[in-house]
Ligand binder design. Structure first.
Ligand code: PXG
Ligand code: PLP
Length: 441
């Protein structure tokens, strides 16, 4: 392929998402192609993808099965209306998905992103109580430091201050349980932290305040990714599950990052043995190739809607592109790739090697915590006094110059490579990152 792709001569028009626009446009970092574990930049460098794009390219880049599926589908049926009409692939995909989902979740609603999956799940939860005649249950409970996308519902239940503070009063009737980050007791834990199951009891506080009869659902990420990789303390998710069961509150797991193999199983519901009532996914569903999300629901939640006259719409919700045929083809190609290469469990096989390599960085300057599970790792750095985020952002820039893509949030470095990574590539990743960290001011 030609490497003579030139840089566009005007970068002004595109307002970049979640980006320091002015910094980027002064010194652009441009990706022009990708294959397997690597991006190629416009200056011809091969950069190791340490983040699976944005936690989504779980099968790696330019995988043949996915390319073929998308190319065929776009020529055969590019689009079919999603409302009151169907096409074969969307049913085929839903059936394949419920095969790998927890056994009680046999229904799937399609969206186009994680943010839309979250909105869909929150609406389903509130509507579910209402169709059962329990319409006072409208309150939604999220968690401090939670990330549930960027739409109004998602930022309302979310708990990342910078994503909330600019946008007014948000959704009413929302409250938050406390986050689970506790470096004092859990620093440098390998795998799940020993301490903190009792943080789940904070839900009891909110139930005492609002009364369970007003609460529709609790939404949490089983592993809080975007805020900087916070693993659930041992026993924490089970305790949340127990409290929700006791009070008739739905439990939503936001598995947008944790779904599709990242933690070492298809979903973290399997990995941690705690099954939610509703599960939101996106990202790894199509390995990032075409935007798509899916919301999985427990059978009795779906069935509760299937009442009334049969010619009437049961759930007044959906997107123009829900179950888009090309997205479905991408997802089917992705699932085939996962299946053939054993990728949904590969993170579990590599976890030990990954963990050892990651924790070998613990004595480097400014490192105050290291966390990991499956093929996820995080390195928390001491912020520069008065200049939060700067130290980690410098590490990101230096790593990129040294042919390694990492991701930072605040002063935390997050790592989540494609699930096809080799041991040699893991070595390259941590050797490079170690050199970058050693040089940080
Ligand atoms: N829920 C969770 C748990 C997520 O992690 C979303 C919802 C929203 O998905 P969409 O597809 O609308 O972006 C996410 C997305 C990062 C990072 O670097 C994380 C996400 C997106 C982009 C960057 O931490 N998470
Ligand atoms: N805005 C307008 C004016 C629309 O007509 C529609 C869909 O018909 C939307 C927003 C929602 O778009 P989507 O279904 O792609 O989310």
């Amino acid at each position: 392929m030609s490497k003579s792709i030139t840089r566009p001569n005007n970068l002004e028009a595109f307002w970049m998402p979640f980006t320091a626009n002015r910094q980027f446009k002064q010194t652009p970092r441009m990706m022009v192609s990708a294959k397997d574990m690597h991006y190629t930049t416009d200056d011809g460098r091969q950069v190791l993808d340490g983040t699976a794009g944005l936690w989504c390219c779980n099968a790696g880049h330019a995988r043949p099965k996915i390319i073929e599926a998308v190319q065929q589908q776009v020529a055969e049926l590019d689009y079919a209306p999603a409302f009151q009409l169907g096409h074969p692939k969307v049913f085929e995909l839903a059936s394949e998905l419920v095969e790998i989902a927890p056994s009680s979740m046999n229904h799937v609603f399609f969206t186009n992103s994680g943010s839309e999956s979250v909105e869909t799940a929150l609406k389903m939860a509130i509507a579910y109580h209402r169709v059962r005649g329990d319409g006072a249950r409208t309150r939604l409970i999220g968690r401090e430091r939670g990330y549930h996308g960027v739409n109004f519902g998602g930022i309302s239940v979310g708990g990342i201050v910078s994503n909330r503070k600019m946008f007014g009063t948000l959704l009413g009737g929302v409250d938050h349980i406390r986050h689970t980050h506790d470096i004092t007791r859990n620093a440098f834990t390998k795998g799940l932290p020993e301490h903190g199951a009792e943080f789940a009891d904070d839900l009891e506080r909110l139930i005492a305040l609002h009364d369970a009869s007003t609460i529709a659902a609790v939404i949490v990420e089983p592993m809080a990714g975007s805020t900087g990789v916070l693993m659930p303390p041992k026993g924490y998710l089970q305790r949340l599950r127990d409290i929700c069961d006791q009070y008739g509150i739905l439990l939503i797991f936001d598995e947008v990052i944790t779904g599709f193999g990242r933690m070492g199983g298809a979903f973290s519901a399997d990995v941690f043995g705690v099954v939610p009532d509703i599960m939101t996914t996106a990202k790894g569903l199509t390995s990032g190739v075409i935007p798509m999300g899916a919301v999985f629901v427990r059978d009795d939640i779906h069935d509760a809607f299937m009442t009334g006259p049969e010619h009437l719409i049961e759930f007044f919700h959906g997107y123009t592109y829900s179950g888009n045929p090309v997205a479905c083809a991408a997802a089917l190609g992705t699932l085939a790739t996962y299946r053939e290469e054993g990728l949904l469990t590969r993170a579990a096989e590599l976890a030990g090697y990954w963990e050892d390599a990651l924790h070998s960085l613990r004595d480097l300057p400014h490192v105050i915590d290291i966390r990991n599970y499956g093929l996820i790792g995080a390195i928390e750095l001491e912020p520069i006094a008065g200049e939060p985020t700067k130290r980690a952002f410098t590490a990101f820039l230096n790593a990129f110059e040294n042919d390694l893509l990492i991701r930072t949030t605040g002063d935390i470095i997050a790592l989540s490579p494609p699930l096809i990574i080799s041991k040699e590539e893991i070595d390259f990743l941590f050797d490079t990152l170690g050199r970058v960290l050693k040089k940080l001011d």
